[in-house]
Design a protein around this ligand. Structure first.
Ligand code: ZN
Length: 417
């Protein structure tokens, strides 16, 4: 296997490489004025005869592990993405083992400043780039008022690469959906995570809002008007919430542990102005698990999405709701994540031509994180779940079913579901 390299000019062309089975195919993504035109993707891809192969895939993923962005013994560490990739390799879920069913985007452009600034204040973006000098000098710094969120010498560069990994998946999934009705699903194995980063700055281990940036990119570059974001991280995705609070074209739906960081995401946070009703926050009581989430999916997520009629579904996929995760107190299992992934994939197939991209958010127990992502991959590939080989039902306790039921009734009433 060899990677083809193209000369890079500062503003004209970007390249994406697709690993199809053992062959690397190049798809040149044409950019002009920092914008990527989907017609050019199709043309260039067809030129290589590779878009059909790409659209034959069931799952396309990208990897941005941000190895330089790391603080010793911090839970949001550079061990996370390699742990997932190793597990995927061991369980034979990567392109090396799955042939044309699974494609890894090998190289992709970092997100541009314009991409980032579609969500974040330009002053924050340029300010972060400037403090990189300090980070180079000191090795590691903490960003003011961020929760605290650390930065190292490579944080800025690695964060724009992570965001770019998500945008490349949006390009691929959208291009495939033009070829056939049921596009492959995307999964961005990236960090630092994004859903706490607010428009004005970083927060809670998050630098840039990867999902929010991809939502704006889907609209601006691909003309997809209505974006439905599902956030199943155990924490409220306050940054994404804030970015679209008054926007009627982006539906943000988060269910999270009541009372957990950062304390936002109450029932009555439903959006404002034109966006009133297109934010849904469902705080769940501690101890909620698989049974609760199945009900949430059927009675809240499905009717919301059906009513909204999205053009694409983006997912903030946090795995810190797992019963083994050290940062929270929910009882999701590996099987819960399998169920969520297969249900979301089906929803995207039913509502928006299969256009759907997952973005890694939290998940800090490396074992439960990697097994759960692996079972997510199985769900997206249509394989059967192997959750029972990992999950131990003996560590689960009774879910607070009355409180869960009350929470679901309350949210259904507020949103007229
Ligand atoms: Zn989280």
């Amino acid at each position: 296997m060899h990677l083809l390299k193209f000369p890079r000019s500062p503003s004209s062309f970007g390249n994406a490489f697709f690993l199809v089975g053992h062959h690397v195919l190049d798809i040149r993504v044409f950019r002009k004025n920092q914008r990527c035109f989907r017609a050019s993707i199709s043309c260039s891809a067809v030129r290589n005869g590779s878009i059909e192969q790409l659209s034959d895939a069931r799952l396309i993923y990208s990897v941005a592990p941000s190895m330089g962005h790391n603080q010793e013994s911090h839970p949001e560490s550079h061990f996370r993405v390699p742990a997932i990739v190793n597990a995927l390799e061991e369980m034979q879920l990567t392109s090396k083992f799955r042939g044309p069913e699974v494609i890894e985007l090998q190289h992709f452009e970092p997100a541009s400043v314009d991409d980032i600034a579609s969500v974040h204040a330009r002053a924050y973006v340029s300010g972060l780039e400037k403090v990189m000098d300090q980070a180079v000098e000191k090795g590691l710094i903490f960003l003011d008022g961020s929760g605290p969120t650390y930065a190292t010498a490579t944080t800025f560069q690695e964060s724009i690469v992570a965001a770019g990994a998500g945008l490349a998946l949006v390009d691929s999934v959208v291009a495939c959906s033009k070829i056939k009705g049921d596009a492959p699903t995307g999964f961005a194995l990236i960090r630092p995570p994004g859903h706490h980063a607010v428009p004005q700055g970083p927060m809670g281990f998050c630098i840039f809002g990867n999902v929010a940036i991809a939502a704006r990119y889907s609209q601006r570059v691909h003309g997809l008007k209505r974006v439905f974001i599902i956030d199943f991280d155990v924490h409220h995705g306050n940054g994404t919430n804030d970015a679209f609070y008054d926007d009627p074209d982006v539906f943000f739906l988060s269910f999270h542990q009541d009372g957990s960081y950062p304390g936002t995401g109450k029932f009555d946070e439903v959006g404002s102005g034109d966006g009133e009703g297109t934010t849904l926050n469902l705080p769940l009581p501690g101890g909620s698990g698989d049974t609760a989430i199945r009900t949430v999916f059927d009675e809240v997520i499905v009717p919301c999405a059906q009513r909204f009629k999205p053009d694409i579904i983006l997912v903030s996929a946090g795995y810190d709701g797992h019963v083994l995760d050290p940062l929270a107190n929910l009882q999701y299992t590996t099987g819960t994540y399998y169920m969520l992934a297969s249900s979301i994939k089906q929803l995207a197939k039913d509502l928006c031509g299969g256009r759907c991209v997952f973005f890694l958010e939290g998940g800090y127990n490396l074992k439960s994180l990697s097994y759960s992502v692996a079972d997510t991959f199985r769900a997206l590939l249509g394989d059967r779940s192997l959750a029972s080989e990992f999950d131990n039902p003996n560590i689960l306790y009774e879910e607070p079913s009355t409180k869960v039921k009350q929470a679901i009734q309350k949210i259904k009433h507020i949103h007229s579901l």
